[in-house]
Design a protein around this ligand. Sequence first.
Ligand SMILES: Nc1ncnc2c1ncn2[C@@H]1O[C@H](COP(=O)(O)OP(=O)(O)OP(=O)(O)O)[C@@H](O)[C@H]1O
Ligand SMILES: NC(=O)c1ccc[n+]([C@@H]2O[C@H](COP(=O)(O)O)[C@@H](O)[C@H]2O)c1
Length: 282
Amino acid sequence: MAEETVARRTNSFSNPPNYSFISHRLNKTLRDSNKQPIVLVACGSFSPVTYLHLRMFEMAKDFVRQNTDFEIVGGYLSPVSDMYKKPGLLNARHRVNMCTLAAEQTSSWLMIDSWEAFQSYQRTAVVLDHFDYEINTVLGGVHTQSGEHRNVRVMLLAGSDLISTMSEPGVWSHADLDHILGRYGTFIIERAGSGMDQATDSLARWRSNIYLIPQLIQNDVSSTKVRLFLRRGLSVKYLLPAAVVEYIEENNLYLDDGPGTEKDKGKDSDVSGGSSRKALQS
Ligand SMILES: Nc1ncnc2c1ncn2[C@@H]1O[C@H](COP(=O)(O)OP(=O)(O)OP(=O)(O)O)[C@@H](O)[C@H]1O
Ligand SMILES: NC(=O)c1ccc[n+]([C@@H]2O[C@H](COP(=O)(O)O)[C@@H](O)[C@H]2O)c1
């Protein structure tokens, strides 16, 4: 294990005030003892969360069952900190609330972790370490039906647009990539407009830990487009869970063009990418 990795993993994690790790839907008993338990973690803005974000988990679940020797024991959305300063990023409290409504009302296995949302910006490598710590060190991993202990492998779930940024200079440090893709691994969901081959070409050295999942039903819903619709007074029903649509209406969210919105950055028609991605290296 690299020196930096050891240093990071033995560091204690500072938690936001009143934080506790949610694990009520984590499956603590492995159904098949021959399988390796994994937890899926999707990091993102979720401003707002859409059906496509939730759908990523279902696609990964089907893929895992059909193509791998893994068993998914849990899935988490981890909304990014307000300090990420991405255009259109609503404050973390609303984003966490919307994700929680979406998970509770549409899924039986997804959970929201607010650790990164309610504090300073945390790099994805550190976020995955936090999950590893909470699930394996604090909770003690999972057990087989005969009571044998198993460590859970944390894996990143992401769209191909996010993985493409891993080849862009200045966005991810090599050490972080090695940590995320070498130690943990990732499932990549194909996203319209962002090729999978192109996304992974320069990540070939970690190929064995990268699982590509094709998009069989083309659908390019993005949070950016949802925000644009809301600003123009258009319906977003059936693009997001009903409870999230209601929450947005009740709280009058995404109505104005405040500072830092897409309009200011000429991003109204863009489906991906954020100016905040640069300079996130360790
Ligand atoms: N339509 C989609 N297909 C595949 N992956 C997606 C899709 N929408 C979002 N994702 C993935 O979900 C994760 C979280 O994304 P994020 O919250 O930044 O959503 P977004 O819709 O891209 O947001 P924005 O439009 O604000 O940039 C990322 O890994 C992203 O690649
Ligand atoms: N170096 C890094 O750790 C790094 C770089 C770019 C994006 N990310 C993460 O990817 C997620 C999605 O980012 P975007 O919304 O910019 O696609 C966020 O959670 C962000 O923290 C991490």
